[in-house]
Write a new protein. Structure first.
Length: 199
């Protein structure tokens, strides 16, 4: 797992995507970060981050946020000419954290209106790891049917559901549990939470 694509869409919970990127870069992985237009809006509202400007200006702001890491790459969410839009340049894995129900619906229908949706389609057709982290509650029947359709197509559905057996004391510990479960699904070692039976 050397190249991981992380996408942030317009659901609440952008902190999951940010924390995942931070941990992947700390492990010296190559990371491509995509943020949809509505994802940018939610990111700004929830974290105060304002990643605006041209694609290169946004990439500079993102790298600055992640301690200047040269392993971080960014493409505009509407850039369907980006290398990751093709199976010949597909990353090793893709994580959508958080994944909005609108994004999940379009992925389930095979719609590729933006680079996030196209990249997800590439991951499914190339049979590479696609991990979706829905952050919605409650789910309605349409949500569940779309997620089931994606799971049957090969996606991993990993809802943002923190556990409490490790007795978390901070919000960061709750976030790290979910991020740790994502890393488990990517088969990447970590120490983000205490596993059952270790305490």
């Amino acid at each position: 797992m050397n190249h991981i694509l992380v996408a942030i869409t317009g659901a609440s919970g952008s902190i999951y995507g940010l924390r995942l990127v931070e941990e992947l870069l700390r492990g010296e992985r190559r990371v491509t970060l995509l943020v949809t237009r509505s994802g940018m809006d939610v990111l700004r509202y929830e974290t105060g981050l304002k990643w605006s400007g041209t694609t290169s200006e946004r990439q500079a702001l993102m790298r600055d946020y992640f301690d200047g890491s040269p392993n971080l790459q960014h493409f505009s969410a509407d850039d369907l000419f980006a290398p990751i839009a093709s199976g010949s340049s597909a990353p090793d894995a893709m994580v959508v954290a958080p994944c909005s129900m609108g994004s999940a619906a379009r992925m389930a229908a095979g719609i590729s209106d933006n680079l996030v949706e196209r990249a997800a389609d590439v991951m499914l057709k190339e049979r590479r790891d696609l991990i979706l982290v829905p952050r919605e509650t409650p789910f309605n029947q349409v949500h569940l049917e779309n997620l089931l359709r994606l799971a049957r197509a090969g996606a991993h559905i990993l809802p943002a559901m923190p556990a409490f057996y490790q007795r978390p004391r901070t919000m960061e510990e709750l976030i790290d549990f979910v991020v740790g479960k994502i890393l488990d699904s990517l088969r990447i070692e970590h120490q983000l939470f205490e596993r059952w039976g270790e305490g």
